[in-house]
Design a protein around this ligand. Structure first.
Ligand SMILES: Cc1ncc(COP(=O)(O)O)c(C=O)c1O
Length: 364
């Protein structure tokens, strides 16, 4: 074997921006866990020792009696979780900004076969009152039956539900005979921000089923559907395969989730991403206050790892020549700056300095 091909690096591995926590690479401890799980043979399709161990690791966080289904991605986790809560005639109440509504290309409807009943919410959060805008019409054969509610923690616009807010929603949802799903693509960021264990605002607050996110918190790929109330959900074993989310080499998904969750890597990484967003927020606020960032503002509070800013006309595109980030609502000049487990203080400081430079050159 003299003829070994060297692996290629085709990008500048020192370059980072604020486009998405999905732009970040894999945490070295997660890569090491994949390598450690390599070699030899293990039973495929989830009958391996890593997946068995993951069940225990998840139970350490969420308590006994849960069920864990590792999957490839978050859209798949959401579709599967919701399908397992609903009969064929079921509908799901969610915010218009929910990823399941705005960013999954209709997968819940097209693949999952359910209707989404949306509610406008300026901060991305539902409340019992907002849920009631769509929670009606049971028994009416002309209306898709509202049988589940989906909330996202942290939300798509960077906001956070308190433990009490989740509990109030769960109590309300259950009082109407519905079930509660939580899209936890950024669940670790929420726990880090709230300063409570993962189960405090999920299982203990009454959430029935969870899409547990790993990818945005440093995995190569991998999420899990976690059934917190087994009576609420059925058929996941079959739905996962039917929906093409059953990994044959599942040991490598499970090994990553174990690396994240068996120690405090999940919390360290999420806390770091949140701290970087707080640093960015504080630096921009200071620039607004001292006049070095004229016309800059915010559209949402910063409660985890996202900062939603508002920039003067024309600035975003010029700034993007050095740092990538997305327009959120271009008509409102609203942009999203997302921090990751690998964002550095220097990244933040360089970005804020670049913003100040642009504004000095093009305004005033
Ligand atoms: C709130 C939320 N849910 C779910 C997902 C998962 O999406 P994907 O299917 O890309 O893993 C994302 C990713 O952007 C997200 O932001």
């Amino acid at each position: 074997m003299d003829d070994v091909t060297e692996p290629l690096t085709l990008h500048d591995s020192a370059q980072r921006g604020f486009a998405s926590d999905n732009y970040a690479g894999v945490h070295p401890e997660v890569l090491a866990a994949i390598a450690a799980a390599n070699g030899g043979h293990q039973v495929a399709y989830g009958e391996d020792v890593y997946t068995q161990h993951l069940n225990q690791v998840m139970a350490d966080h969420f308590g006994d009696g849960i069920e864990v289904f590792p999957v490839f991605n978050g859209t798949g986790a959401n579709v599967l979780a919701l399908q397992s809560l609903l009969p064929r005639w079921g509908a799901v109440i969610c915010a218009t900004t929910a990823h399941i509504n705005a960013d999954e290309n209709g997968a819940p409807e097209r693949v999952g076969g359910m209707k989404l009943l949306t509610v406008a919410s300026p901060d991305g959060k539902l409340t019992p009152e907002l849920i009631d805008e769509q929670a009606w019409g049971w028994g009416d054969e002309h209306r898709a039956q509202p049988l589940a509610v989906s909330i996202t923690q942290t939300t798509e616009v960077g906001t956070l539900y308190t433990v009490d807010e989740v509990r109030a929603i769960a109590d309300h949802v259950h009082s109407k005979g519905m079930k509660l799903h939580m899209d936890g693509a950024r669940l670790a960021n929420a726990a880090a921000s709230l300063g409570v264990p993962l189960r405090a605002f999920t299982r203990d607050a009454g959430v029935d089923i969870l899409s547990f996110g790993g990818t945005k918190n440093g995995l190569l790929f991998g999420e899990a559907v976690v059934v917190l109330q087994p009576d609420a959900s059925s058929g996941l074993l079959f739905l996962r395969k039917m929906n093409m989310q059953l990994a044959s080499k599942m040991r490598f998904v499970s090994a990553q989730l174990i690396a994240l969750l068996s120690g405090d890597l999940w919390l360290q990484s999420a806390s770091h991403a949140n701290a970087m967003a707080a640093r960015l927020r504080t630096a921009v606020e200071a620039g607004i206050a001292d006049g070095s960032l004229p016309g800059v503002g915010f559209s949402q509070p910063t409660q985890a790892n996202a900062v939603f800013g508002v920039l003067p006309d024309g600035i975003a595109d010029r700034l993007r020549e050095s740092f990538r980030f997305y327009d959120w609502d271009a008509a409102r000049r609203e942009v999203r700056w997302m921090c990751s487990w690998d964002t550095t203080e220097d990244d933040i400081d360089a970005f804020v300095a670049a913003m100040k430079k642009e504004l000095a050159q093009h305004t005033g």
